[in-house]
Design a protein around this ligand. Structure first.
Ligand code: UGA
Length: 461
């Protein structure tokens, strides 16, 4: 099938490249000239494991192309995926200006009927507004073609987006007519049947349950996306609330969460306490969803509480830093990890960046290291010292904070780090390191919701 992708952000790029990889002909466009320039040079504007090789092999197979000519992109596909940004307005509501501009573009440039699919995360009832916008622009246009609208939310996690696209747990499609459902089923057939040559796994893919295709109405499909992200945020904030209670009661949050996760009704995922959720999805979606609820006249106190807990996470860690150092002013602090989560260079709403701002406000100096996100961070925080390695960042500092749990930090020579620090103090903002192992190496170690000392077996008995 011929597919157009409007918007080459994280979602658009992964969707375009993976749809080409399963056999469709795909062309992608974006109105950001700088981004299109990078793509034209065969480079990627984002770091996403596995994406580069999928893009390469499909460019070579001529199933994937990028064009700066938005009209050409619109005319190319039988189906158009709208993957434009829906950033928050100052009041937290989703800004749908790019959706509206895209509707106008489609009507102006289309020369054949199209199935227009919302892939961007949007509030419930956006599909209805999109249909109206397409119809309104069509009335004033010379071209008279019919446009169907469907919703197909994405559940891609940054860092594992290619895997998530090709091996999803579920694919949700919100449709109004059978014809749209048939087209969407056809697009996803290779994935539903897990019948494609997987670019991630050379011989056999890991055993995963067959993806479920869920067909809903458009409003429900839009709402499912917000409902999922908000529920994930709820779990994280709940874990953080538990961690705070554990700290005050000398309980161990690791053990509490392990036991909770063994209950299949609760499940172990998204219960890791720490610096809280960042990125451009969970924080913005919860705000947009809160607006949807408020507009609908529903009590959304729960959603405000999730956000409130998350907002306090960095402050909580700052309190620990103040407690340990007494005075932060003129002290040198190492921060390991800048991206909002590991395996991405995305720093949007990253807790690490807010933490660094607060250390600077307190008069401290920061030496930072991140395996991928330093170039982007330099634009946001130009005055701190960026280091070539975690070792360099730790040297002669009086505290080291783990802000993002990059796997490679597990394998550092922590004994060496201990020797080079002015004071061997670790604040583990992600409960990523083994507390007892760090203490055995001579570190003063503070995690989140973890006891200050490992209790002896006798004490437990
Ligand atoms: C999230 C969702 O997980 C995806 O399903 C969704 O498709 C995507 O948003 C989106 O809307 O596009 P993502 O933003 O990539 O994906 O990141 P997550 O893995 O959800 O993590 C979000 C934040 O929560 C990170 O800052 C992470 O460090 C934090 N987190 C996650 C915790 O603090 N504790 C946890 O237990 C899990």
């Amino acid at each position: 099938m011929r597919v157009s992708i409007l918007g080459c952000g994280h979602v658009g790029l992964v969707t375009g490249a993976c749809l080409a990889d399963i056999g469709h002909e795909v062309t992608c466009t974006d109105n950001d000239a700088a981004k299109m320039g990078i793509l034209a040079q065969g480079r990627l504007p984002i770091y996403e494991p596995g994406l580069g090789s999928v893009v390469d092999r499909n460019l070579r197979a001529q199933r994937l192309s990028f064009t700066s000519d938005a009209g050409e992109a619109v005319r190319f596909g039988d189906v158009i995926f709208i993957c434009v940004g829906t950033p928050p307005l100052p009041n937290g509501e989703a800004d749908l200006a790019a959706m509206d501009a895209t509707a106008k573009l489609i009507v102006t440039e289309a020369r054949t009927p199209k199935l227009v699919i919302e892939k961007s995360t949007v509030p419930a009832q956006t599909g209805q507004r999109l249909k109206q916008a397409l119809a309104t622009y069509a009335r004033h246009s010379i071209s008279k073609f019919s446009f169907r609208v469907a919703s197909n939310p994405e559940f891609l996690r940054e860092g594992t987006a290619v895997f998530d696209f090709l091996h999803p747990e579920r694919i949700v499609i919100g449709v109004e007519e059978e014809a749209a459902e048939i087209q969407l089923r056809k697009i996803y057939l290779p994935i539903l049947e897990q019948r494609f040559s997987c670019p991630l796994h050379e011989s056999t893919c890991p055993e995963t349950p067959a993806p479920v295709l869920l067909v809903t109405d458009i409003n429900s499909s839009e709402l499912i996306k917000h409902a999922c992200n908000t529920f994930l945020a709820l779990k994280i904030s709940y874990a953080n609330l538990l961690a705070d209670i554990c700290e005050k009661t000398s309980a161990n949050v690791d053990q509490v969460i392990e036991a909770m996760g063994l209950d299949s009704r609760i499940g172990p995922g998204f219960l890791r306490p720490g610096l809280g959720f960042g990125g451009f999805c969970l924080p913005k979606d919860i705000q947009a969803f809160t607006h949807v609820g408020e507009r609908a006249g529903v009590d959304v106190a729960l959603l405000h509480a999730i956000e409130g807990i998350n907002r306090r996470r960095v402050k909580c860690l700052m309190q620990k830093l103040h407690q340990a150092l007494w005075v932060v002013k003129h002290k040198s602090v190492a921060v390991l990890g800048l991206s909002f989560k590991p395996d991405t260079d995305d720093i949007r709403l990253a807790p690490a960046l807010e933490l660094i701002r607060q250390i600077l406000d307190a008069g401290g100096d920061v030496k930072a290291f991140d395996p991928q996100a330093m170039e982007k961070a330099k634009v946001e925080l130009p005055t701190i010292t960026y280091c070539e390695s975690a070792y360099q960042a730790a040297q002669e500092t009086e505290a080291l904070i783990v802000a993002t749990e990059w796997e490679e930090f597990q394998h550092l020579d922590w004994a060496l780090i201990r020797q080079t620090m002015s004071r061997p103090l670790i604040l583990d903002g992600r409960n990523f390191l083994q507390a007892d192992a760090m203490r055995a190496l001579g570190f003063e170690y503070y995690g989140v919701g973890r006891p200050l000392e490992e209790p002896t077996r006798e004490a437990i008995a």
